[in-house]
Design a protein. Structure first.
Length: 273
């Protein structure tokens, strides 16, 4: 297990020992604290791994802090499974968009502005990967924690049926607007390395989604009608271990294309005013 890594003045990374094709090197657990403050926030405690949770708590204490809150970017187990246990170890509550994941009365919602010991965290609703996905902007760092909405390497999945492609594209455009306004210059992802060019990363994600959507549409036109057939056609050059996850995204893309077609047909059939 690797030790904590100080990434920015306010953000320290503790890598969870759960590497896989989906999680890359493992889940990034983030410790956030204002310099000189005794309050810290932990984002995504990760899997239920006692060694990892103890390492996160030790890293908080090494900074002379206590955990004031545990925040979740979303509810997938590699990010949230250890949250309840970490809350018990640290004496903190758990705040999330999904009420089922919370411990304590306080949740999280788009537009919330949090303050812990002078550290400002802005909550940005970014559904798409999952319906409960959030990002956390740190204005003092010009950084944004993206969970699985944007990864440090490669691209993420739209976890259909909970995740929806239309929502995901809108979330990427929202992150692009933050990056264009220089409010988010750096991405602190849920997996993989830090991305120093937030705008470039989000632009790449949008372009990738546009390309994949065109490939899926072409596969359907060529007669590949089931999600498995589309995956085999479109993701032929991708590690087969990732095909089950790719099928989630394909299902989301097929749904998106069907809805777009229905919208065009309804507009065509609508009588003139």
């Amino acid at each position: 297990m690797s030790g904590p890594t100080v990434v920015t003045e306010r953000a320290t990374l503790v890598l969870a020992p759960n590497p896989s094709p989906m999680t890359l090197e493992g889940t990034n657990t983030w410790i956030l604290a204002e310099p000189g403050s005794t309050q810290a926030v932990v984002v995504d405690p990760g899997p239920l791994d006692e060694g990892h949770l103890a390492a996160v708590l030790a890293a908080v204490e090494a900074r002379g802090c206590r955990v004031s809150a545990t925040l979740l970017t979303h509810g997938h187990p590699d990010h949230a499974e250890g949250a309840a246990r970490f809350a018990a170890l640290s004496g903190s509550g758990v705040r999330a968009l999904d009420a089922a994941l919370r411990l304590g009365e306080e949740g999280l919602a788009d537009g919330d502005v949090l303050d812990y010991g002078g550290l400002e965290i802005r909550v940005v609703g970014t559904p798409g990967h999952t319906s409960d996905s959030l990002c956390f902007a740190l204005p003092a760092e010009g950084a944004v924690l993206t969970g699985d909405t944007v990864l440090g390497r490669g691209t993420t999945v739209v976890a259909h049926p909970d995740g929806r492609l239309g929502d995901y594209l809108a979330s990427l455009r929202r992150l692009r607007a933050l990056a264009e306004d220089r409010e988010a210059r750096v991405i602190l992802p849920g997996h993989g390395p830090v991305l120093e060019d937030a705008l470039g990363a989000v632009e790449y994600y949008l372009a990738h989604r546009e390309t994949r959507l065109a490939q899926v549409a072409a596969a359907v036109k060529a007669g590949h009608t089931t999600p498995a057939e589309v995956v085999a056609e479109v993701y032929a050059d991708v590690d087969r271990a990732l095909w089950p996850a790719a099928e989630w995204s394909v299902r989301a893309q097929l749904e998106y294309l069907r809805e777009a077609q229905q919208g065009r047909e309804e507009l065509r059939d609508k009588p003139p005013a």
